[in-house]
Ligand binder design. Structure first.
Ligand code: SAM
Length: 243
């Protein structure tokens, strides 16, 4: 089944993605922990470990949502650095801003409502850009990658953390059963919203696999690209540099 998503037009996809994240924003963090059984925390920890980010640097956490990565980067870059948490969806941004503020994280984090496809930042501005579980939702992924390339400083790096293609057939079967049957039921039970979680499963299935995404990064100019599979390729961390 493809739930008809393949047929939707660009504008419809944009508003559908908006609806999904408005409706999940309040329950987003708890659903993340439940659905991934807490493992998203390890995937994010690995991303931080690969970031090479240093005190005083500028970081863009794109599609940053409720701010898990932004919170960690804020502590690393310190008062002389800057973190921009950017997201297209103001409900997600608000949950993120409230969460970080409650954690006492203030001063070096800015919150910007922006579309990844046309970033409202100067050229050559950031030392690091992360986009975690966000690229999958973007309609024009190449435009978004090109926009990230533009705002990255020479020497800067991009990290894309995203669902990808499991490396074994057996894992792929278990995972499909989980995402198409268990996830929507969990969404229904916990968030009273099966539809959004069905969209999630479908968007994961449609996302480019590891090699395709790496090729797309190279096409817009990223160099020394590589990826690392996590949890058997259920998730992959892609890396690329601008020189
Ligand atoms: N990065 C966070 C994390 O890992 O927990 C949030 C990930 S959440 C699954 C995806 C986020 O992407 C949502 O907050 C959504 O609003 C945002 N998003 C979707 N399309 C976007 C776009 N075109 N530009 C910027 N953000 C977008």
């Amino acid at each position: 089944t493809d739930f008809g998503f393949k047929q939707v037009k660009k504008d419809e996809k944009v508003s559908m993605v908006a609806d999904v994240f408005h409706s999940v924003a309040a329950k987003y963090d708890i659903m993340n922990d439940l659905m991934s059984m807490g493992v998203h925390r390890l995937w994010k920890r690995y991303t931080i470990d690969c970031s090479g980010v240093k005190s005083g640097q500028r970081v863009l956490d794109l599609a940053g949502g409720t701010g898990d990565l932004a919170a960690k980067f804020s502590r690393i870059v310190g008062p002389k650095g800057q973190v921009v948490l950017a997201d297209i969806n103001h409900s997600m941004l608000k949950v993120g801003k409230d969460k970080l503020t409650n954690m006492g994280i203030i001063g070096n984090v800015d919150y910007v409502q922006a579309n990844a496809e046309c970033l409202p930042f100067d050229d050559n501005h950031f030392d690091l850009i992360t986009i975690a579980f966000g690229l999958r939702n973007v309609t024009d992924k190449s435009a978004a990658l090109a926009s990230m390339y533009r705002v990255l400083k020479p020497g800067g790096r991009l990290l894309v953390l995203e669902f990808s293609k499991p490396s074994s057939q057996a894992l792929s079967k278990v995972y499909d059963a989980y995402s198409f049957h268990v996830l929507p039921r969990m969404g229904q039970l916990v968030a009273n919203d099966a539809e959004s979680y069905r969209y999630l499963a479908e968007s994961i299935r449609m996302h480019p696999d590891q090699d395709t995404l790496e090729g797309m990064m190279q096409e817009v100019g990223f160099e020394q690209t590589s990826y690392h599979n996590l949890t058997g390729g259920i998730v992959a961390l892609h890396r690329g540099f601008k020189f």
